[in-house]
Design a protein around this ligand. Structure first.
Ligand code: FAD
Ligand code: FMN
Ligand code: SF4
Length: 647
C-alpha cells in the first residue's frame, strides 16, 4: 500500500533496537503510584493503552533513581518486594503490542517533592542541587558534595541495570525541564566554583558521569535517550547556542537526543505548549541542534497533526516526533496514520485538564478521551448482547460520543441535531483562533460516529411526537444547555451578542467591547477580542475571574487577560446601554464600564424542558452532559460513553 505519511511511518534503528515508526510516546506520569513506589495496575494499563495505539516506543514516566527524591515517586529497588515484578509486567504490557518499552530516569534535585499531595512531607526530603539555596516556597536545598554526586551517579547506573532486567529495551535520562541534571547544566541554577560549575563543559560533567554510569549498566547497543531542553527561555538560563554546545558535549554518550524546551517551573506554557502557542513551536530547537550532532534527534511540543509531523521528518528537522497530550486525546493516532485514516484522528485541545486533574484529585483524565485513567476498568467496547434501537437527542460532544460508542457496540443508532451542524457549544469556538481544536472536535466525533455506523441527521428537532413515532428502545438525552440572559435592562439590546452566537456573525462587533461575565467563556472571549486589537473591558460580579478554569490553564489565561483587557471584579451589572454597562461596585458606587458592543457570557442553564418532554418516550432513558447539569466537555463525553456502554 502507499502510505500517505511515508516518513512518519518509516521504521528506524537506534542502537540494537528496531522501532516500527517515527512516532514515540513521551513520558507522562502515571498516577497509580503505590505506597512503596511501585507501578500500580492502573498505570500499567495507562502505558499499555498507548502501545496498543501503534506508537513505536512508550516511555514510562519518571522513575526516581535515589531515595533523596520523593517527587514523582516511581521506584525500582530490589529491596521492595513488588518493585521488579511490577516494572517487568509493565514492560511486558507495552512490548506485547509491538512498541518498545522505555523508562525515564530522573531526580528532581531541588524540586524533590513537587508532586507530593502533602506538601508538608516534601519539606522533610533532602532537596539536593548544584547550589545551596531556598526555593520560592521556602524549602531549603543543599549543594551536592562530591560524595552525594558519586552516590547519585551510582544510583542512576544501578536503576538503569534493573530497568534492563525488568525488560525495558531503552532508557531515557531526563536532563531537561528544571530537574537535577538540568539544574547542573543551567547557569540559572548552577553557580558552583568546582569542576561541576562555571564553563559549559563543567556544567555538563554530572550529566556525563550519569550517562557513563548508565551505559556501564546497560551495555553497548542498548539505546539511551537523553531528554534535554534546547533552550531555557529565561535570561538567567541557557539559550539555543549553548543548548547546541551542550548537545555536542553529551552526544558521545547517547543514542538518541530528545530536544524539549524550558523548565516546568518557569516556562510551563512553552514546555507544554499552551493553546496560545503555535503547534510545534519548539521544533526549531531540534532542527538547529540536529545540524550539529550525528545521533538521531527527536522533537516535541504541541504536535497533533500528521501533516506537520511528516514535514518535520521529511525536511530533516528531526528524525523522530514525540507526543504527549496528543496520545492521551487519541492514543491511536499512530495506527490511524499507518492506515491512512487521519480523518479519524481526535486532536488534543491543549486544555490542560490532564495535567490539572493530577493536582486536583491525584488522577488522570482527558477532556475528550473518556478512557484515560480508567484503562483497566473493563470498559472495552463489546458487542451488545441484544441489538437495540437507540435515539440520541443532540449533537454536542456528549451526544456524539454516545452515538459513537453505541454504534461500535452494534446498536442501531440515530442521532438527531436540531441545528444545521453538529458540535453543540463547540461551534461557538469557531471564531477563537486558539480554540480551533475544540471547534474541530465536533467534526472529529461526527466522523467517528458515522464510520462506526451511527446515522446522524441535522436540522431535526426531537419532539415528543417524533420520539414516540420513532419507537426507540433507548433514548440518550444530550440536549445540552442554553445561554443565560438574566432580566437586566438593556441585555436584549441590539448591541448585545451572546458569547455562544459570535460565530454566527449576525451582528457587527465594534472596536470597543465589554464582556459581561468572567467565567472561562467570558475570559477567553475577552482575550480573543484583545488579540484582535479591540479595547476590551471585562465585568465580573465575583472577586476573581476564570474560577471555573483548571489549575494549569488558569494562570496562562490570566496572564493573557491582564495583558490585553481591563478587568473589573466585584462589579455588579445593573443596566446595559449603547455606551456600555452601568455597574455597582462593592462600595456601592455606580460606574459606567464603556463599550459599544456588549458580549453576554453569563453562563448556561440545562435544557430541562427537553428532558421533561422526552423522558417517557422510551423504556430506557439517560440524561447526559449539560442537559443533566451544566459542566464540561470532560463530563459530557464521559457520561455519553458510559450511557452507551450501559444499553
Ligand atoms: C463559550 C463556551 C466555552 C466553553 N469552553 C469550554 C472549554 O474550554 N472546556 C470545556 O470542557 N467546556 C467548555 N464549555 C462547556 C462545554 O462546551 C459544555 O459543557 C459541553 O458542550 C456540553 O456538551 P453537551 O453535548 O452536553 O451539550 P451541547 O454542547 O450544548 O450540545 C447539545 C446539542 O443538543 C441540541 N439539541 C437541543 N435540544 C434538541 C432537540 N430537542 N433535538 C435535537 N437537538 C437538540 C443543541 O442544538 C446542541 O447542539 C464551554 C461552554 C461555553 C458556553
Ligand atoms: C499528563 C502529563 C504528564 C507528564 N508527565 C511527565 C513526566 O512524568 N516526565 C516528563 O519528563 N515529562 C512529563 N510531561 C511532559 C511531556 O513529556 C511533554 O514534554 C509535554 O507534555 C509536551 O509535549 P506535548 O505538547 O506533546 O504534550 C507530562 C505531560 C503531561 C501532559
Ligand atoms: S485533557 Fe485536554 S490537553 Fe490533556 S490530552 Fe486531553 S485534550 Fe489534550
Amino acid at each position: 500500500m502507499e502510505r500517505k505519511y511515508p516518513h512518519l511511518c518509516k521504521p528506524i534503528r537506534i542502537g540494537n533496537v528496531w522501532y516500527r515508526n517515527r512516532m514515540f510516546s513521551t513520558p507522562m506520569g502515571g498516577t497509580d503510584i503505590e505506597l512503596d513506589g511501585c507501578i500500580g495496575p492502573k498505570s500499567q494499563a495507562f502505558y499499555e493503552y498507548r502501545a496498543k495505539g501503534g506508537c513505536a516506543a512508550v516511555t514510562v514516566s519518571e522513575l526516581m533513581v535515589h531515595p533523596s527524591d520523593g517527587s514523582h515517586a516511581y521506584r525500582l529497588d530490589e529491596s521492595i518486594l513488588n518493585s521488579l515484578p511490577k516494572a517487568t509486567y509493565t514492560a511486558d504490557a507495552i512490548r506485547r503490542h509491538g512498541a518498545i518499552p522505555s523508562i525515564e530516569l530522573s531526580h528532581s534535585g531541588m524540586y524533590a517533592g513537587t508532586y507530593m499531595t502533602d506538601k508538608t512531607k516534601s519539606h522533610g526530603l533532602n532537596q539536593w542541587s548544584a547550589d545551596d539555596g531556598v526555593r520560592a516556597d521556602g524549602v531549603p536545598y543543599k549543594a551536592m558534595s562530591q560524595e552525594m554526586i558519586a552516590e547519585v551517579v551510582a544510583a542512576y547506573g544501578h536503576v538503569a541495570g534493573l530497568c534492563k532486567r525488568a525488560g525495558f529495551e531503552m532508557v531515557m535520562v531526563h536532563a531537561g525541564h528544571g530537574w537535577l541534571l538540568n539544574q547542573f547544566l543551567s547557569p540559572m541554577f548552577n553557580h558552583r566554583t568546582d569542576e561541576y560549575g562555571g564553563s559549559t563543559e563543567n556544567r555538563c560533567r554530572l550529566a556525563i558521569e550519569v550517562l557513563k554510569s548508565v551505559r556501564a549498566a546497560v551495555g553497548p547497543g542498548f539505546p539511551i535517550e537523553l531528554r534535554l531542553s534546547g533552550a531555557e527561555f529565561v535570561p538567567e538560563g541557557y539559550d539555543l547556542d549553548e543548548g547546541v554546545k551542550i548537545a555536542k558535549i553529551l552526544e558521545p554518550y547517547i543514542d538518541l537526543l530528545h530536544v524539549t524546551a524550558g523548565t516546568y517551573q518557569r516556562t510551563f506554557g512553552i514546555t507544554h505548549p499552551s493553546m496560545f502557542e503555535d503547534h510545534g513551536r519548539n521544533v526549531y530547537l531540534a532542527a538547529e541542534i540536529k545540524k550539529h550532532v550525528s545521533v538521531p534527534v527527536a522533537t516535541i511540543g504541541g504536535l497533533t497533526d500528521p501533516e506537520q509531523m511528516e514535514e518535520i521528518i521529511a525536511s530533516g528537522k528531526a528524525d523522530i516526533v514525540e507526543m504527549g497530550r496528543q496520545l492521551l486525546a487519541d492514543p491511536f493516532l499512530p495506527q490511524k496514520v499507518m492506515e491512512n485514516r487521519d480523518d479519524e484522528i481526535v486532536h488534543c485541545m491543549r486544555c490542560f485538564v490532564c495535567m490539572s486533574e493530577r493536582a486536583a484529585t491525584g488522577t488522570r483524565r482527558c477532556a475528550i478521551n473518556p478512557i484515560i485513567g480508567r484503562e483497566d476498568e473493563g470498559m472495552e467496547i463489546t458487542p451488545a448482547p441484544v441489538k437495540k434501537r437507540v435515539l440520541v437527542v443532540g449533537g454536542g460532544p456528549g451526544g456524539l460520543y454516545a452515538a459513537y460508542t453505541a454504534a461500535r457496540r452494534g446498536h442501531d443508532v440515530l442521532l438527531c441535531e436540531r441545528e444545521d451542524r453538529v458540535g453543540g457549544i463547540l461551534k461557538s469556538e469557531e471564531v477563537l483562533p486558539f480554540k480551533q481544536e475544540m471547534f474541530m472536535l465536533g467534526e472529529s466525533y461526527r466522523v467517528l460516529a458515522e464510520k462506526a455506523g451511527a446515522k446522524i441527521v441535522t436540522g431535526q428537532t426531537v419532539t415528543k411526537e417524533f420520539a414516540d413515532a420513532y419507537k426507540a428502545d433507548a433514548i440518550i438525552i444530550a440536549a445540552g444547555s442554553s445561554p443565560l440572559r438574566p432580566p437586566i435592562p438593556g441585555l436584549d439590546g441590539e448591541n448585545v451578542i451572546l458569547v455562544n452566537d459570535q460565530y454566527k456573525h449576525e451582528k457587527p462587533i465594534t472596536d470597543s467591547v465589554v464582556v459581561f461575565g468572567g467565567g472561562i467563556s467570558g475570559v477567553e472571549c475577552a482575550i480573543h477580542m484583545g488579540m484582535e486589537g479591540k479595547t476590551v473591558h471585562l465585568v465580573e460580579m465575583r472577586d476573581d475571574v476564570a474560577l471555573d478554569s483548571v489549575i494549569r490553564q488558569r494562570p496562562l489565561l490570566l496572564e493573557k487577560l491582564n495583558k490585553l483587557c481591563t478587568v473589573h471584579t466585584g462589579y455588579r451589572g445593573l443596566e446595559v446601554t449603547k455606551e456600555g454597562i452601568w455597574c455597582q461596585t462593592k462600595e456601592g458606587e455606580k460606574v459606567l464600564v464603556p463599550g459599544t458592543t456588549v458580549i453576554c457570557a453569563l453562563g448556561q442553564r440545562p435544557r430541562w424542558d427537553v428532558v421533561q418532554e422526552l423522558y417517557d418516550c422510551a423504556p430506557w432513558v439517560r440524561v447526559i452532559g449539560d442537559a443533566n447539569a451544566v459542566g464540561t466537555i470532560t463530563k459530557a463525553t464521559y457520561q455519553g460513553h458510559h450511557a452507551a456502554l450501559d444499553i
